[in-house]
Every structure is written in structure tokens, then in C-alpha cells.
Ligand binder design. Sequence first.
Ligand code: ATP
Length: 299
Amino acid sequence: MNAIELSGVDKTFGKVRALADLTLNVQAGELTALLGPNGAGKTTAISLMLGLAKPTRGSVRVLGEDPQRDTVRAGIGSMPQESAIPQALTVREAVTLFSRLYPAPLTVDKALELAQLGDVAGRRAGALSGGQARRLAFALAVVGNPQVLFLDEPTTGMDAGSRQAFWTAVDGLKAAGRTILLTTHYLEEAERTADRVVVMNAGSILADGTPESLCGSVLNSRVRFTSGLVLAELERLPGVESATVDSRGHADVRTREPEAVLRALFVRDIPFSELEVSRASLEDAFLSLTARPGEGIRA
Ligand SMILES: Nc1ncnc2c1ncn2[C@@H]1O[C@H](COP(=O)(O)OP(=O)(O)OP(=O)(O)O)[C@@H](O)[C@H]1O
């Protein structure tokens, strides 16, 4: 079952076409990372899914309904980039207030625990640090126990420890079958946590697949070693797409078939040392994709 369905969606602001014929289906229980450079249209897409705005053209469905209907809102939780939390309320008061908007919320203590806010539950929202304020926004998103959760750049401003605890909480929500759509500029987080990565640019989808398939289909692996081979010899090794070598013999080879390169070194008995083989990261794939708009892939 699809928890989210966008079909043929356009959203324009005056002359700006923020979303251009966007079609995106998200299955229930899936953790999807929506990636894209600044201005790609991620926040606009989320605001349509939250029912905060209407598409100029096309249709948006969340849990099978128009998200502008009140009945759907009870099934949705959102952690926006900037939340307008009443600054005079304490953390506990704010979470309690939000819990009352939902028919079957978590207990306030459970939401505070998920967001690691137990220690500052009595502090006023206006007195929180930047990272604590992000955690409060997370508590407000989850306290309603929603089926679908939108997290817009959730970990921005969180320190390393908070981030780790945050992803543990998200893993728990995923294990409980929640549908999660997140945007982030921390690509290593998307690579580690997402079932699916959707890369947007200029209002459309540029690539869509698992983190592994995007890395595999877009970029090569990197094989580094030190040897006596000169550039022309490196370039003639099987499977090599490009290579560089410095005056001390440090070779840096890009290939889709690192095994073929290594086999050739062994079979030909070429002496080498300091071997390092690394797979392209999602960040490499993202940079490569968004540097060439229009040449999208569907992995
Ligand atoms: N209310 C608005 N009025 C005019 N233009 C807007 C409005 N909202 C968004 N836009 C424009 O639509 C485009 C998409 O913006 P959007 O905020 O969705 O991008 P984004 O992918 O979320 O970017 P970021 O990573 O910077 O958050 C941008 O060109 C932006 O300037």
C-alpha cells in the first residue's frame, strides 16, 4: 500500500516552477530520504504532503486522502525545518499540548524519552539550546503516534551524541511500521538509514533507488596503491575508467570492477603496496548526479 502518492504535481510561485510534473509514491513502512541541492523543491513537496499548500496541478494523497482534510492530519507528524514553538511553555507543557491534538497519542513521558528530553522537561522552550530545540521539534512530531512522519533536515544543529540517539529512535519507529520521509544534507546519514533515496533537482526526480544501487550505478569504485606503473600502464589495466599517478608511484584508479584491477596486478606479478579499495559513497553519487542535471537514472 502507498502511504504517499504524488502524481503529475506542479507547484509554481509566480514565475518559479518549484515542482515540475513530480510523481512519487512512497510505500507504507518505508524510510525514504529526499535529497537535492538547495532550491530543489524538497520543502515544497513536503508542504504539499502536509496539506499546508495546494498543488498548482496534479494530485497529492497521504494515507489515501487529500492531506488538506482534517481526518488525515491525525495520521501525520511533522518536524519542520523551523518550528514555531511557543517559547513561554516548558518542554513538557508543549509536548502535552501537542499530544491533545491526536486521538491516540503516545504518553508524554514516552515522547520525551524518544527525544532524550527527560533532563530538560521543566525548561522553557525559549531557553533551549539549538540541538535541544530540534529534539523538542522531534518530540512534537512523534507524540501523536502518527502513521506517517515527515522529518525536514532533522539533525541540523544536533551534536554527535544527540544524532546517534535520534537515529536509534527513528530506527525504532521504522521497526514499528511507520512511514518516514526525511530530507537531509548529511548524505552519510541517508546512506546509513534510508531504504530508498530519491534525488531531486529543479523540481523533478533525478534518481530513485536504494542507497547501494545509486552508488553502484552512478560512480565507480576507487583503487589506490603504490607501484612502479606509469600512467599509460595503469590506464591499460582491465576495467580502469580513469587513473592518475604521482611521481612517487601513488596510483589512484577509478573502476567499476575493482576485482578485475586487483586480479591483473596479481596475475601479472606487479609489485605493489599500500592497497586501498573504496566504494563510491552516496555523497559522490549525489555530487555526480546533481552536477549533470537532466541525465537522470532510475536504479
Ligand atoms: N513561498 C514561496 N514563494 C516563492 N518562491 C518559493 C516559495 N517557496 C519556495 N520557493 C522557491 O521554490 C524553489 C524550491 O524551494 P524549496 O524550499 O522547496 O527547496 P528545497 O529543496 O527545500 O531547498 P533547501 O535545501 O534549501 O531547503 C526555490 O527556487 C524557492 O526559491
